[in-house]
Design a protein around this ligand. Structure first.
Ligand code: SAM
Ligand code: SF4
Length: 462
């Protein structure tokens, strides 16, 4: 299959050339269209990326904020990454796990070590994990990952259990995707890193990952294998961010047109320093903070129904700022080294440095103080509202009515089970104020869930 049908670089480049300078009246027309919540086309997105004047930027950010609040309301989904192994056979120049990095301490967690990690995450109150690994599995057998996922789901204690495991794993063939589907994963995430073919070749020097097309065609193997919930992303800092944003839109449109459902999430990692990597601390195409904010806001306007994920690569300030621009999911209390939750302090086996080192409890309290409801909800996945079913709900504006009660209930469960006293005070106050602002129907639904929690039930959702 030609991957040209997925990303047509010439088309993207010519849209960028056609929209080389800021045109205020055009930008305002595009913003008016974005506020109809139907997304934007390539040309329109290219024009938005030219914005430089502070006045217009303010308008873009305000529009992105409106789209976000209209579709997602004020909830923010929280998760933690779980690194199970840093063995890797690829040579990605920006990553500490790359095969030639002799300074990295290699570690593959055993199933019992995975369970200890999960125990520690569950004790903190996490309910959603993103399982991450390098691209070499012990005995060259993907079964390791399937066993790891099973091990995660087996952990349960008085603080709860992990209810959804998403994964960020190297591209698989169809047979392994079917096995992954049977392991009950939530979202299958894979970042193209850069959609620009020459840059891709420059930074992916050897190993399976050097094959651009094998990576770009990944969802054409995942989705037909039954994985209808997928996440895309680009690693910002490798090539011109304007090109990558347009390519993400093209990729999303491709999936939407071919499978009737676009990506569930878009991730926007930005290069962070990594052990022994020159590129990681000297990006080929650095992205300034203001451009990074633009990336988030423009994606929110262009692809309104897709979640945007912000990781702890970014600083506290950037994470706060981008919440208002369209981010709907954040990681918290993260470690990027296998075993990092059990052996705090060891970091010479990490993938990259973190910008936000706070604990889950601190992040939750902060998010709540900003007026967002931290959500640990996993209802859609467990009720089979994935893929097209989820998008259908989102597009009819119904996701907010369902998400708000579920977010409130899972947040209340977190407050009851694990939160510090300071977080409990902020959290309960927030829940009360949110209930007062709700429509009768949504408030009723929320209060019923809260009453079920108060009567001792756990894991309640609609
Ligand atoms: N090994 C698999 C792969 O490369 O697809 C999956 C996991 S990989 C550990 C997850 C992601 O980390 C990569 O897709 C890349 O975008 C990101 N990453 C790698 N090095 C990074 C760095 N120095 N800064 C920020 N993100 C980085
Ligand atoms: Fe390996 Fe993924 Fe790191 Fe590349 S980004 S070296 S494939 S872990």
């Amino acid at each position: 299959m030609s991957t040209l049908s997925i990303i047509n670089a010439n088309k993207i480049q010519s849209s960028l050339v056609d929209s080389a300078t800021e045109n205020p009246s055009q930008i305002r027309e595009i913003l008016a269209k974005a506020l109809e919540f139907k997304g934007l086309n390539l040309q329109e997105v290219a024009q938005l990326t030219t914005t430089k004047s502070p006045e217009l930027l303010k308008e873009i950010f305000a529009a992105a904020n409106r789209v976000k609040e209209e579709i997602y309301g004020r909830r923010v989904v929280i998760f933690a990454p779980l690194y199970v192994s840093n063995l890797c056979s690829n040579e990605c120049l920006y990553c500490a796990f790359r095969v030639s990095n002799r300074d990295l301490k290699r570690r593959v967690l055993s199933l019992s070590e995975i369970k200890s990690e999960v125990e520690s995450l569950v004790n903190q109150g996490h309910k959603r994990l993103l399982l991450v690994s390098g691209e070499t599995y012990p005995q060259d057998d993907f079964q390791y990952i399937l066993d790891a996922i099973k091990a995660v789901y087996e952990v349960a204690n008085q603080h709860g259990e992990i209810r959804r495991v998403n994964v960020n794993l190297a591209p698989l063939d169809t047979d392994d995707f079917k096995r992954l589907k049977d392991a009950a994963i939530g979202t299958y995430q894979l970042f193209q890193e850069t959609y620009h073919r020459d840059t891709y070749s420059q930074v992916h020097v050897s190993g399976k990952k050097a094959d651009y097309d094998w990576r770009l065609s990944v969802f054409d193997r995942a989705i037909p294998s039954g994985i209808d919930d997928v996440g895309i992303g680009a690693l910002f800092g490798l090539y011109d961010w304007r090109f990558e944003v347009l390519a993400l839109l093209e990729h999303s449109n491709y999936l939407q047109n071919k499978y009737g459902v676009g990506p569930h999430t878009i991730s926007v990692p930005r290069l962070e320093p990594a052990l022994g990597s020159h590129i990681a601390s000297h990006p080929l195409a650095p992205v300034s903070d203001i451009d990074f904010c633009k990336i988030v806001a423009i994606l929110r306007l262009a692809i309104p129904y897709t979640g945007i994920i912000m990781s702890t690569r970014e600083s506290l300030q950037m994470r706060q700022q981008t919440l208002a621009l369209g981010v709907s999911q954040i990681s918290a209390g993260s470690r990027t080294n296998p075993g990092g939750y059990s052996d705090a302090g060891l970091t010479d086996d990490s993938q990259f440095s973190l910008g936000d080192h706070r604990s889950l409890d601190d992040v939750v309290r902060d998010v709540a103080s900003l007026g967002y409801i931290p959500s640990f909800c996993t209802a859609c996945y467990r009720l089979g509202r994935t893929g097209e079913d989820f998008m259908g709900l989102a597009k009819h504006g119904n996701i907010k009515q369902i998400c708000a009660p579920n977010a409130i209930a899972t947040f209340a469960e977190y407050l009851n089970n694990t939160a510090s006293e300071a977080t409990k005070i902020v959290g309960h106050k927030l829940i009360q104020s949110k209930l007062e602002l709700m429509s009768d129907e949504t408030r009723n639904l929320s209060e019923k869930l809260l009453a079920r929690l108060a009567s001792g039930q756990k894991d309640v959702y609609v």
